[in-house]
Design a protein around this ligand. Structure first.
Ligand code: SF4
Ligand code: SF4
Length: 451
């Protein structure tokens, strides 16, 4: 008897999960609503942020802009330079730790709700459903012989997909080349070689990943699905089928709505992206048969085994560790941003001549100072020198600097030649901005006094 049931179940579901493309049935419910909310939120940020402008020192520029040519990243008021690589490292660690924390708490929540693959697959599937109809209509169309209607529908669908993929690529490149300059260039295809490459590559990538590959990416290409299990513990709440209950009527709807075509009743599987659509669909069935909802729900192994929920952080060491790391790196990032200097200086000794003696018997050394004004405002710098008796700068020591610029200045430093000190002696350059005299930068260097 149970064998017969199993055979019927397999035959029923084969259509959805084994043969060809998966056409998931549309479903409604709280998880579906949450997923669409995430689509709107993430895409409003992605498609919208490149259009925002920001005024700094009377100049208007794109608010979020990776200016590769000038090695700067603009994020509203914050301008990051290659010297701020530490911040990038902290941001990456923060993102990874947040992902680990979310996974330890609720499984592959990121995959099901915010991963770009999921988000674009949802949008592309929505377009497909609008053009070709619901899952049954799409299955019928797939199986129908070639004809004018099929060709027309496919043409419209792929045309819309390509248009969206193209716009996505323009938006992506628009974070590197200001989008208001990029658009007219794209219109006349007067873009540079790198822009051209990325426009074509990113459009093709989006079209293939979200339109053609879809669930295959989650099932066969995503490395995260392979190692996410190490972040799970018995308290991790992921989408699960409650085997203790006997309410399943084997309707198969949970499989029909699954975007990766799996049967959650077979237990936790790596292709499951934790989207909750099967839970939404099953809840609807449970309501119809007047059984309690939650036959499929976000539940932990512990909960499904009927054990009490964990009490305190001690019973959730993994979650506590990830949360602790997240707080530490968030504070470290905030501190790094708050205290990052707006002036950086590289001192280079003149390699040509180590020292020179003047007619007055003084010894002079030549230097080049690279003054990096990281502020988005012009600044005037004053340079002083210390470390030896009678040490002084010969000539100009005040230098004006443009906003966000690097200025190389040549300096001559002089010391009395009758000093008892000899050889290479340590000295320091002191640089401060007139606009911010309280913060002084001290750069160590050396002075050659001769033998
Ligand atoms: S939707 Fe619910 S009732 Fe229907 S097969 Fe899936 S688990 Fe069983
Ligand atoms: S099994 Fe359920 S939660 Fe997992 S991918 Fe399929 S529909 Fe989403």
């Amino acid at each position: 008897m149970s064998q017969t049931v199993s055979k019927v179940r397999t035959a029923k579901l084969e259509l959805y999960r084994k043969k060809g493309k998966i056409h998931a049935k549309a479903t409604a419910g709280r998880f579906n609503t949450l997923r669409w909310a995430m689509v709107w939120l993430t895409q409003a940020v992605f498609y919208g942020a490149c259009w925002l402008t920001w005024s700094a020192d009377g100049l208007e520029r794109q608010a979020v802009w990776f200016d590769i040519a000038h090695e700067k990243f603009y994020l509203f008021d914050l301008v990051l330079w290659p010297q701020d690589a530490l911040l990038l490292a902290i941001a990456l660690i923060l993102a990874a730790t947040a992902l680990f924390l979310v996974t330890a708490l609720a499984g592959r929540l990121f995959c099901g709700f915010a991963c770009p693959q999921t988000v674009y697959t949802m949008i592309f599937s929505w377009i497909e459903a609008k053009v070709e109809g619901d899952h049954l209509a799409r299955l019928k169309l797939d199986q129908s012989p070639p004809g004018l209607r099929k060709f027309g529908l496919r043409l419209i669908k792929h045309g819309l997909w390509l248009a969206l993929a193209g716009w996505t690529a323009i938006t992506f490149v628009g974070y590197f080349t200001p989008i208001r300059e990029l658009l007219p260039a794209v219109r006349h295809w007067a873009v540079g070689p790198w822009e051209g490459f990325w426009l074509i590559f990113y459009a093709a990538f989006t079209y293939v990943q979200a339109g053609l590959a879809r669930e295959a990416v989650c099932q066969h290409m995503c490395p995260y699905s392979r190692f996410q299990g190490v972040m799970f513990d018995e308290t991790t709440r992921s989408v699960s089928y409650d085997t203790q209950r006997s309410d399943c009527i084997d309707c198969g709807i949970c499989v029909q709505v699954c975007p990766t075509g799996i049967d959650i009743r077979d237990g936790l599987q790596y292709p499951c992206i934790n989207c909750g659509l099967c839970a939404d669909a099953c809840d609807e069935v449970m309501v119809k048969i007047a059984s309690p909802t939650g036959l499929i729900r976000f539940a932990s192994e512990r909960e499904l085994a009927g054990r009490p929920p964990p009490r305190g952080w001690r019973q959730r060491p993994r979650v506590a560790a990830y949360a602790g790391l997240l707080v530490v790196f968030a504070l470290l990032g905030a501190w790094t941003v708050a205290t990052r200097p707006l002036l950086r200086v590289d001192v280079l000794r003149d390699r040509g001549a180590l020292l020179r003696e003047t007619a007055e018997g003084r010894i002079e050394n030549a230097y080049t100072l690279k003054l990096m004004n990281l502020a988005e405002a012009p600044r005037d710098f004053t340079v002083e020198v210390s470390g030896l008796p009678g040490l002084e700068i010969v000539g100009e020591r005040h230098f004006a600097s443009e906003p966000g610029s690097i200025r190389a200045v040549s300096l001559t430093v002089s010391a009395p030649g009758d000093s008892e000190l000899r050889g290479i002696q340590p000295i320091s350059f002191h640089i401060k901005a007139r606009q911010d005299p309280a913060s002084e930068l001290v750069e160590p260097s050396s002075f050659a006094l001769g033998r």
